[in-house]
Design a protein around this ligand. Structure first.
Ligand code: IMP
Length: 196
């Protein structure tokens, strides 16, 4: 049974989500931020590749199982962009500017299809190199303008999940976790841990 995990992220929003999800399993999560670990360069071209790069590098270096995720927003009208480049797409990682850039690009497309999805690949790596992958996806659309609320991070104010009228930024953590790409990948991860 795993008692302690490193979460390979420095993103406060994600750390809060993952810590909340793993607490009921009795797993202590230490983040790369807390441990002050250097960033692992995301040189892959798929979510799975980048996720594994992060979890394998840290698990081997620290000798503790490591969980990593790689995720992003894929917009149909932009042929899946920004996708694996979602973080880098935002100028200086300023997501307010990143959302403006996305809205501008979409406004230049005639009869723009606003369909989009978030994808996430969670990887769990052991120090000996073994690993497991868990995938999650949520379909939806890009709002005409930012729909900001009290919650959320990244592109949340622009993403309206299918079947809803609110953006991710207008939902509580719990509501978002139930249907989000990361929530779905993590539900598979949780089921796997419980089956050990
Ligand atoms: P990475 O997975 O750390 O490489 O970052 C992916 C980027 O995709 C994040 O920095 C966010 O901009 C975006 N992203 C991933 N998941 C979400 C989400 O749940 N809400 C909003 N933006 C997200």
């Amino acid at each position: 049974m795993i008692k302690e995990l490193i979460f390979a992220s420095r993103n406060q929003g994600k750390i809060a989500e993952i810590t909340q999800m793993l607490a009921p399993l009795g797993i202590t999560v230490k983040s790369a931020l807390e441990l002050n670990l250097p960033d692992v360069e995301e040189t892959g071209t798929t979510f799975a590749e980048n996720s594994l790069l992060k979890s394998q590098t840290i698990a081997k270096a620290q000798g503790i199982p490591c969980i990593a995720d790689d995720s992003g927003l894929c917009v149909d009208a932009l042929n899946g962009a920004p996708g694996v480049y979602s973080a880098r797409y935002a100028p200086n990682r300023d997501f307010d500017k990143g959302m403006d850039k996305l809205l501008k690009e979409m406004s230049e497309i005639e009869n723009c299809d606003r369909s989009a999805h978030f994808s996430c690949v969670v990887s769990l790596s052991w120090p000996n190199g073994n690993y497991e992958l868990f995938e999650g996806r949520v379909d939806g659309k890009i709002a005409e303008q930012k729909m900001s609320g009290d919650e959320g991070f990244g592109y949340d104010p622009l993403f309206i999940p299918k079947g809803y009228t609110q953006s991710f930024a207008q939902m509580s953590h719990d509501e978002k976790n139930k249907i989000s790409h990361r929530g779905r990948a993590m539900a598979k991860f949780k089921a796997y841990i419980e089956s050990l």
